[in-house]
Design a protein around this ligand. Structure first.
Ligand code: SF4
Length: 212
């Protein structure tokens, strides 16, 4: 059984699959407390679901894209078998994870979107940097930026960890309503590095309404 906060159907707002109509399975709970967390409502609550019931709910929507998110989905051990069952059922599955828990041994069919937490999140010490070696080129790394200091840190980490060679896309995005997107966009251009700048589509469309 897994504790699930919500299962809903919406447009994927981030990363390579942005814009795809997808089923979102949001698992309850997270061991981190990022200062700018936009899903703190998922730290607790929700209901227990069996994997079979989750698959049945996902099948009620006509899409082949599923995103497992949180909270931190890997905080629940049953998340791993859930991912395998979704993949076996033929879905293209992405996993959004904080980067603080081990990703080693996850199903290679999975598309992982892994955060690196910048200092202004308050959780940079939780980055499990050994995870980087377990990413496939088709996985993605995401860094959320709240300040110029965060951006300078991100550039340093990208260079030190060779992130642009490890994965095809290293995503960078501003904390929602914290720094001006155009300012970060200019930093990206000035840095002469192959970031993929992104804005969160669902927030532009629906102003950060839970379940959208
Ligand atoms: S890891 Fe994600 S869910 Fe957890 S506190 Fe940070 S932003 Fe929120």
């Amino acid at each position: 059984m897994l504790r699930v906060h919500e299962i809903f159907y919406s447009l994927q707002g981030e990363a390579r699959s942005s814009g795809r109509p997808s089923v979102f399975i949001r698992l309850t709970g997270c061991p981190l407390r990022c200062h700018w967390c936009d899903t703190a409502y998922a730290f607790s609550g929700g209901q227990l679901w069996s994997i079979e019931a989750i698959l049945e709910k996902a099948a009620s929507y006509s899409t082949r894209w599923v995103c497992v998110t949180g909270g931190e989905p890997l905080a629940q051990p049953e998340c791993r078998p859930l991912l395998c069952h979704l993949l076996d059922a033929g879905y293209e599955v992405s996993l959004e994870t904080s980067g603080a828990l081990a990703i080693q041994g996850l199903d290679p069919r999975l598309s992982i979107v892994m955060d690196l937490k910048a200092p202004d999140s308050g959780e940079a010490s939780r980055n499990l940097l050994t995870n980087v070696a377990h990413l496939k080129p088709t996985d993605q790394i995401k860094i959320v930026i709240a300040s110029r200091a965060d951006f300078d840190w991100a550039c340093q980490q990208a260079d030190t960890l060779d992130l642009f060679k490890r994965v095809d896309e290293v995503l960078i995005s501003p904390v929602w309503q914290s720094i001006a997107p155009a300012e970060l966009a200019q930093w990206v251009l000035d840095s002469q590095r192959p970031w993929r700048f992104q804005l969160q589509l669902h927030k532009i469309l629906w102003n950060d309404t839970p379940g959208r």
